[in-house]
Design a protein around this ligand. Structure first.
Ligand code: PMP
Length: 779
């Protein structure tokens, strides 16, 4: 597909035609005056009732979806953030936001929007204060766009910095011999930067906030408008300040202070992360170079009859000189120096770190009233993580933030599977919640779409599903299914397994019954000795013991990640030996995928597939809807239909359309962001790096697991090493890294981050871990 906006010029339409369209489609008697436009043909309408409106004839080359995307973005902003000054769309007499008009030059889609007050920022000499205000307004726009998504945002737009490499072969078309080498040098870092960009927070951004798209009041103080959302894309958030800073440089801003004012204003409203700021310098250079390339391409491809080749693009030479000056300014001051300054401005620099370090080494007195309220409201034994509890107020991707502004790397939570507050999931939930949140006694496509998508990822015989609200409920239903189907009531579970909170499932969770199990439950040994013969002997012995107590095997319930058992990753032979014995005894296999499902192992979408089990029932929970409570039971049609018939099963919230919209969004993001592949790549790197640490650290003995489910056993007698493990977990928390402890003796470090966890995050964990171990001293 070609790049959009690479070779474009506005269509030629007369004022008379615009006035006729205003009259016929909108019932307006107005005078039309032509305005500038890069791709659309725009008119200012001075309406007889005194209003000033803008009539846009949309570039016919623009795809329907893109036009729809722009309308949807304006509608989103009008609804979600009316304080953000963007134009409002006015509907035609026929109630359409984008009607069609037949003109002499052909058929055009038309949009009528409000004309915002003020003048273009390009007509004033912006003060530092104004630049800061503009930055803040743009930050506000991005906050408002967080929850917006639209397929059109993925279109390959020429003005997307990531496309600059596509245009690189055209560099010779830049005519200025001063600009050409500067542009080439500015684009040099881009290929190696591109993979890192995928790890940054991304969302819908305006992508074109320059001085001709920003309006200011007559006093030059207040931003009165942000216009032209025609270049919106889904991109790393940092592109927004980068593009704005680049465009202001391009427009002749010659002071580094001015750039800092824009960035400072932006960060007052919209926080950037350290990784974002690291990319600013190369991104700004690349955007300036990209502008030069696009200009050069257009110089070779004159507009569609608006201006002659000789005139297009206008003032090319002067623009090339400005671009050259902008790139020189960036080069002379240098990436390192500018990045350091920008870190300070963005609050991600060393000084800032010192402040947050001070905040985290302080006492917990600020939390005390809250802890008291909590004890009074929730009881004294409601569990809290970490010696110094966390008061989390927001989260994004793999980061969580406390009330005191501390940022911590989340290496623990698997519920925000595709990343905390993922905008696609948030938008899906909000969209559906606005429509209807009903229950499964009504027809709704959402549950069907989700069920079909989910079942398509599972073996063919697992063809029917039932939705509930938690992993516990899913396991409870699975256990009932197994008993009903087999007519037996004995269970096999792993040592120190955890499967949930209902009475029936607590009995099947030795982790919560202090290792003791009731008569109908028999535990299997953890796969320490991984030999097939040992596993077979163990399971046969367990079946015999159950029989001895009068119980036939209804099911083996197994967490495919063996999480609370101690995070083990035994070879296929181990699981196959167990599965064969259970099936031979007439029992079913319930694969509890609450921990391992949806790609966490990195090698397989399902944990049972990694283990080599062929389960009869699969249960899901935690990661299904990224924090929206959803549990799922999948099994064979005959089992489920019999259960439904006999019980008349119905769950009020289970499978409601909001839950299903969230769960569908998770499947989409897993695919579009290739998170299984990421779990594999990051997980392999993580395991290798941890093994290297373990090899040199007496305090750690073994790394287990794969993908983004990793355990590291702490040295010492298992019963005694829990204390050292706690010290490591709490030490890491004080250094901004959240992990947990696992296993029967809580002596295994549990590393189980959200799926968009990248190499740079692994490096941050290792740095903190090494430091904590150094302070821990000889073990
Ligand atoms: N199964 C496993 C393997 C789990 O880890 C958990 C939760 N930790 C559950 C089931 C229970 O899920 P929920 O807390 O959603 O009821």
């Amino acid at each position: 597909m070609g790049l959009i906006a690479l070779e474009a010029a506005p269509p030629l339409i007369g004022s008379g035609e615009a006035e006729a369209v205003a009259r016929e489609l909108y019932g307006l008697c107005a005078q039309a005056k032509p305005l500038d436009g890069e791709r659309d043909c725009n008119f200012l309408l001075e309406v007889s009732d005194g209003r000033r409106l803008i009539l846009k004839f949309i570039d016919p080359g623009l795809a329907e979806a893109i036009v729809a995307g722009q309308c949807a973005a304006l509608a989103h902003l009008a609804e979600q953030a009316p304080e953000v000054p963007v134009p409002r769309i006015l509907a035609s007499l026929g109630g359409m936001t984008c009607p069609s008009a037949g003109l002499a030059a052909g058929a055009f889609r038309v949009r009528l929007i409000t004309c915002l007050p003020g003048r273009l920022v390009s007509t004033v000499a912006p003060s530092q204060e104004l630049l800061r205000t503009l930055g803040a307004q743009i930050g506000g726009l991005d906050r408002a766009l967080r929850g917006f998504s639209h397929p059109a945002l993925a279109q390959p737009l020429a003005w997307d910095i990531r496309q600059a490499t596509t245009l690189l072969p055209r560099i010779a078309q830049i005519t200025s011999s001063r600009l050409r080498p500067l542009a080439a040098a500015a684009l040099e870092p881009l290929p190696s930067l591109l993979p890192n960009l995928r790890g940054l927070r991304a969302q819908a951004i305006h992508n074109d906030c320059h001085a001709r798209n920003l309006l200011v009041d007559d006093r030059g103080e207040r931003c009165t408008g942000i216009i032209d959302l025609g270049d919106m894309i889904h991109a790393p958030l940092v592109f927004e300040p980068a593009v704005t800073m680049a465009e202001f440089l391009n427009d002749g801003l010659t002071s580094i202070d001015g750039l800092e004012a824009i960035l400072g204003g932006y960060c007052e409203v919209q926080r950037l992360e350290w990784e974002d700021v690291e990319t600013l310098h190369p991104l700004i250079g690349a955007r300036i170079a990209l502008g030069a390339l696009i200009m050069a391409c257009r110089a070779r491809s004159p507009g569609k009859g608006v201006v002659s080749a000789a005139e297009w693009p206008p003032k090319d030479t002067a623009l090339q000189e400005l671009a050259a000056e902008a790139l020189e300014l960036l080069t002379v001051t240098g990436r390192e120096q500018l990045t350091e300054r920008w870190h300070e401005v963005a609050g991600t620099g060393r000084a800032h770190r010192a402040v947050s370090a001070a905040a985290i080494t302080g006492d917990t007195s600020a939390l005390t009233p809250m802890l008291r309220r909590r004890r009074e409201t929730l009881g004294a034994h409601a569990e809290l993580s970490y010696e110094r509890p966390l008061h989390l107020v927001r989260a994004e991707g793999v980061w969580v933030y406390t009330a005191s502004g501390e940022r911590l790397l989340d290496v623990y939570n698997n519920v925000p599977h595709v990343g905390h507050a993922h905008p696609s999931v948030v938008a899906a939930i909000a969209r559906q919640a606005r429509r209807i949140a009903s229950n499964t006694r009504y027809l709704d496509e959402r549950i069907l779409d989700y069920g079909e998508r989910l079942l398509a990822t599972l073996p063919a015989e697992l063809d029917t599903c039932l939705l509930v609200n938690s992993g516990s409920e899913a396991n409870d239903i699975a256990w009932r299914l197994a008993r009903l189907h087999t007519g037996q009531s004995g269970a096999l579970v792993m040592a120190h397994a955890y499967h949930g909170i209902t009475e029936a499932i607590t009995a099947l969770s030795p982790a919560t019954t202090r290792g003791k199990s009731p008569a109908h439950v028999q535990q299997l040994a953890a796969p320490l000795a991984t030999g097939t013969a040992a596993a077979t002997a163990d399971v046969l012995n367990a079946i015999q013991r159950l029989a001895g107590r009068g119980f036939g095997v209804a099911a083996l319930l197994i967490d495919s990640a063996l999480t609370s058992t101690g995070i083990f990753d035994p070879p296929l032979g181990w699981s196959q030996a167990i599965a064969a014995a259970v099936h031979a005894a007439g029992g079913l296999i319930i694969a509890d995928e609450v921990q391992y499902g949806l790609g966490r192992s990195g090698s397989h979408f399902w944990g049972f597939a990694r283990r080599g089990f062929e389960p009869d029932i699969v249960t899901l929970g935690k990661p299904v809807a990224n924090g929206y409570p959803v549990g799922v039971v999948v099994t064979r049609r005959a089992l489920l239909e019999r259960f439904q018939q006999e019980t008349g099963f119905f769950s009020t919230f289970g499978g409601n359309p909001v839950a299903c919209a969230a769960a569908l969004a998770v499947l989409d993001v897993l695919q579009s962001e290739q998170l299984l592949e990421n779990a594999h790549a990051t997980g392999s790197y993580f395991v290798d790096q941890l093994k290297a640490v373990v090899a040199t650290q007496a305090a750690l003995v073994e790394v287990r697991g794969c993908g983004l489910m990793i355990g590291v056993e702490v040295a010492g007698l298992p019963e005694r090493s829990g204390a050292a493990t706690r010290q490591i977990v709490n030490g890491l928390r004080e250094r901004g890294v959240l992990i947990g402890a696992e296993g029967p003796h809580a002596n295994v470090l549990k590393l189980r981050p959200p799926m968009p966890f990248r190499r740079q995050h692994v490096d941050a964990v290792l740095e903190a871990l090494t430091e904590v171990l150094r302070r821990l001293g000889p073990h």
